[in-house]
Structure formats: C-alpha cells, structure tokens
Write a protein that binds this ligand. Sequence first.
Ligand SMILES: Cc1cc2nc3c(=O)[nH]c(=O)nc-3n(C[C@H](O)[C@H](O)[C@H](O)COP(=O)(O)OP(=O)(O)OC[C@H]3O[C@@H](n4cnc5c(N)ncnc54)[C@H](O)[C@@H]3O)c2cc1C
Length: 387
Amino acid sequence: MDLTLTPEEEAFRDEVRAFLDENLPQDANRADPGFVAEWQRKLRAKRWVGFSWPAEVGGGGGSIMQQAILKEEMARRKAPPLGSCFMGLTWVGPAIIAYGSEEQKQRFIPDILDGAYQWCTGYSEPDHGSDLGALQCKAVREGDEYVVNGQKIWTSIAMWSKWIILLVRTSQHADDKHQGITCLLVPMDTPGITVRPIKNMAGGAMFAEVFFDDVRVPVELRLGAEGEGWKVTITALAHERSGIAEVESLTRNLEALKRLAQKTTRGGRPASEDPGVRARIARFETRIQAMRMNGLRYLTKQLRGEPLGSETSVSKLLRAQLEVEMGDFAVEIQGAAGPLVEGAEAAADGGRWQKMALSWPEVVIGGGTPNIQKNIIAERILGLPKD
Ligand SMILES: Cc1cc2nc3c(=O)[nH]c(=O)nc-3n(C[C@H](O)[C@H](O)[C@H](O)COP(=O)(O)OP(=O)(O)OC[C@H]3O[C@@H](n4cnc5c(N)ncnc54)[C@H](O)[C@@H]3O)c2cc1C
C-alpha cells in the first residue's frame, strides 16, 4: 500500500483546501438553509456532487482517489454534505448508473445531483430485515404495469420523499430466495401508497411504515431485469460502506470528547487527568486509527480496480461500535449531568452527547446489524462455517 499522493492528487487536495478556505469560514452557520443552499450550488458548479460518477451522466468524472481526498477534506472541515439527496447519491444513483436505461439515467441522475427532491429506500419489511432476501411485498405484472401489494417498514424519510427505490417479489423460488426479487422506482404520490410515521426513542420521527394497496407502477420504472433486483441491491448497498469520511467524523467526535473530559471535573480535578479516562480515550484513538488503515486498504483495492465486497462490513461494524461506546462514555463521564437532555441549561455541549447516545440505532441497526456484519466477516472473509 503506497500512501504517497501523485503531484496531480496533491494539486487537487490544495484546490479543495483553497475552496474550503474561501467558502467555509470557521463561524459559518452550517444549519442555515440559505447558507447550505448556496454551498450546494457552489459544489454543483464545481461538479463535486457525484464527483466520481461518469461525466456523461453529469458527474465530475473524478478518480476514486480524488473522491476520497474530497470527502476527507470536507469531513475534516465539518463541511455540509456533498449534495443534499443522501440516498440518491449513496445508492439510488449508483444503482441507476449501473443498471438503469438511458431514459432512466436522463430522468433521474440530474435531479439527484441537484438535490431536487429526496429518495427513500423500501427494502425492510415487518418480518424481513436481516433476512431481506426472503421479502414478500408482491408485484404482479398486468400488461405494461406492475401491481404492488404489501408493506415496508423503517423507511427513513418516507414522509418527505418524492420517490422510493422499492424491492418487490415477482416470483417465488424454493431453492434460492434471492431469485424473483425485482427493483422498482416508484413515485410516492402514486394512488394506493400510505405512509405512517414511526416515533423513535429520542423523540424524533424520521422513519415510517409504508403500505402498498394495488399500487400501479409502469414497467418502464423497473430498474434492471425482472427477478434481478437482488443484484441491483447488492451493487447499491456496496456504495454505502467505504468508510474513509466516517473516520474523519469519528476523529472530530473524539477531539470533542477530549475537550469534554478536560472541562468535566471528577473529585475536583479535570476528568482528563484520570488514568482510567485517559486509557479509554487512548483506546478509542487506536481503534479509529485501525479503522483508517482498513479504509485505506479498501481504497487501495478500489484503486487497483478490484471491487469492494464483504470487507466493507468491517468498517460498518467498527464505526457502529465506536459511535455507541463514545456516546455512552461521554454521558458516563458527565456523572449526574449525564442524563440531561438537549435544551437543559446544564447539559454539556448543548446535550449533543446525550442525543448521540440515544441515537445509536441509526448507526447500529440501519444498513444491517452488528450480528449480520459479524456473520459476513466470519463466513466470507475468515472462511468460517456458515451460521
Ligand atoms: C434508524 C434506522 C433507519 C432505517 N432505515 C431504513 C430504510 O430507509 N429502509 C429500509 O428498508 N430499512 C431501514 N431500516 C431497517 C434496517 O435495515 C433493519 O432494521 C435491519 O436490517 C434489521 O432488521 P430487523 O429490524 O427486521 O431486525 P431482525 O432481522 O429481526 O433482527 C433482530 C435481531 O436478531 C439478530 N439477527 C437476525 N438474524 C440473525 C442471524 N442470522 N444471525 C445472528 N443474529 C441475527 C439481529 O442482529 C438483531 O439483533 C432502518 C433501521 C433503522 C434503525
């Protein structure tokens, strides 16, 4: 693994840093919608949204290495996201680029890059989450349409999405459950779709149950061939877990955790002087570095043109464990103030640690639970017998 950047890559890093110096002042209000809209407009003008997507579809045509540099520099400066259509950019767009018709590419990719509207993801069902391949939401072809009946659940941002990428069953295969799954792109305002928001334990409602009752979807909105939706999904989800930018965000969280330990007192002294606290922080630091090394190893693989497969489960697992443990630890060192929530005057850092500690399901369960990641690592990387 050679970590030296080429002169062109160094020049690109300088360009990104100069852009950030000019357009992202330290005190910029990253939550101000006006600032974020202007930020997205500038990124789009530079073609940095969808930067590694082919130029023919409106992407930046950048290399994977440049994309990694861009994401790393942006995360380091706590920049607003690269584009505002999260699911569109992370898996719907890549799946359309890989499997979509020319018409689908022209219809959807520019809007995803512009963040014109949101996409949501209709994969999980009440009885099929980890065991996604056994999903049962059904679509029957009638002429030039599919008629969809069934239910999805935990559909993030369904309430304010215009489109859903939906997995349905078009045929049953006793020998292989992954066969007979088809991927459809469906407008959320199609008659027969009902969205029922679900409240989470941190008080927010960002996901929903979605019901399909005789929903008619034109055949031209099928993504990929009928029965090959599993292949489309695997390609799409692989884009979710490369991990380099997450390392930067974990590093920033750790820096904030160190500051918290410095300003929190234990027995009249800063908690950061406690050897136990120091040891825990050092261990977090070591594990974040291990995650960085893994990320670089995966990046090297991609640069060599080798596809990323099961090993991205290692990044997902490490990130989930670190976020949960760091959130819990931050609450723990605050002592009696630990349970204070956002809005309470005495809550440290505006209650961000409490929020992080309560939001763990987002990073732990969303996109596949730790047990499932461990199964993948055991079976496909370590070659252990199947569960
Ligand atoms: C914040 C959040 C956002 C989400 N957003 C979306 C979304 O936008 N779209 C979408 O489709 N889904 C979404 N999900 C759903 C998520 O993908 C599923 O919750 C997840 O895949 C787990 O499925 P499940 O909830 O059915 O749990 P189950 O599969 O029932 O698992 C329950 C428990 O059993 C364990 N388990 C299951 N099978 C095995 C096994 N073979 N070996 C060992 N342990 C096992 C699991 O690890 C878990 O601990 C979201 C979830 C969360 C929490």
